[in-house]
Ligand binder design. Structure first.
Ligand code: F3S
Length: 279
């Protein structure tokens, strides 16, 4: 039994940068806070908590004087103002690619366009991007959401960075006949696309696919979906302990990939466990 590891898997640039910033923050201040988990990976967050990082659920949980780290998926100016009014010090770990999507949305809005954010309505990144238009932008999850939307003549589209290119293409296809001017900022992250393409290719060539990452991680869930769509049995796990011997029985090749918020040590643990199961 052979393991085919997707080398593009695991921490992306933005997450690696945020983790490094968190470690530096802990070393310098002996503690710190994030509003919500720093990344969508319970094991990685637990390790940081053991080192003194606190996860606050709401702005009200923050105490004046605390050092608060903004997460990779960023936040909007309204939330940032609430935070500074709370008397905390901010350390901004917003991924530069997310920051670009925020800037594009703000610019289109300032230029008079109706801004649509292609993303998940309840995802903090999509909500943060929309906040950069003063809340004027509408988050659309799929072309079907256009029904019932009052569209102006000049429309601009910005994407949550983890969106799929085909989803953006479908939205543009349906929007074009409805507006007289359409601007599109393809703010889909390159790291996401590359990971998805590499995982898709491996998923097509193996008997079983294992996708490692948080169940709440949007990019890992999408990765698992893409792999499953090839017809190859796909298992989305958070840790090596979830691997079941049945899944790999009789398989000649097992593909392993991981979401952008999955640390290398978790991937190594899964590979080691697969070794124990005969790979
Ligand atoms: Fe940034 Fe792309 Fe990662 S947007 S956080 S580098 S997936």
């Amino acid at each position: 039994m052979e393991i085919v590891l997707v080398t593009e898997g695991g921490f992306c640039f933005g997450v690696r940068r945020a983790m490094k910033m968190a470690e530096e923050l802990l070393a310098e201040h002996g503690g710190g806070v994030t509003l919500g988990p720093l990344i969508h990976n319970r094991e990685a967050v637990s390790r940081l908590q053991e080192q003194g990082l606190r996860v606050a659920e709401t702005v009200e949980d923050l105490k004046p004087g605390e050092v608060v780290m903004l997460r990779t998926h960023g936040t909007g100016p309204i939330t940032t103002r609430e935070l500074t009014e709370r008397g905390v010090t901010l350390v901004d770990a917003t991924c530069p690619f997310v920051a670009r999507a925020q800037r594009e949305a703000a610019q289109y809005h300032a230029d008079g366009y109706q801004v649509l954010v292609l993303g998940e309505a309840d995802h903090p990144e999509a909500r943060g991007i929309a906040e950069h238009t003063g809340g004027a932008a509408t988050i659309v999850e799929a072309p079907a959401d256009l029904a019932g939307l009052e569209l102006r003549k000049q429309v601009a589209v910005v994407c949550q960075t983890t969106q799929r290119l085909d989803a953006l293409q479908a939205l543009v296809h349906d929007l074009l006949p409805l507006v007289s001017e359409l601007r599109v900022a393809n703010t889909i992250c390159d790291a996401t696309t590359k990971r998805q393409e590499a995982s898709l290719q491996v998923a097509r060539e193996v008997d079983v696919m294992v996708v490692i990452g948080g169940k709440h991680s949007a990019n890992t869930t999408r990765l698992a979906q893409i792999c499953a769509e090839t017809g190859t049995p796909t298992h989305h796990i958070e840790t090596a302990a979830e691997l079941e011997a049945d899944w790999v029985q009789g398989a000649a090749r097992i593909g392993v990939t991981a979401g952008a918020s999955t640390p290398d040590w978790l991937i190594s643990e899964v590979v080691a466990r697969l070794g124990e199961l005969g790979a």
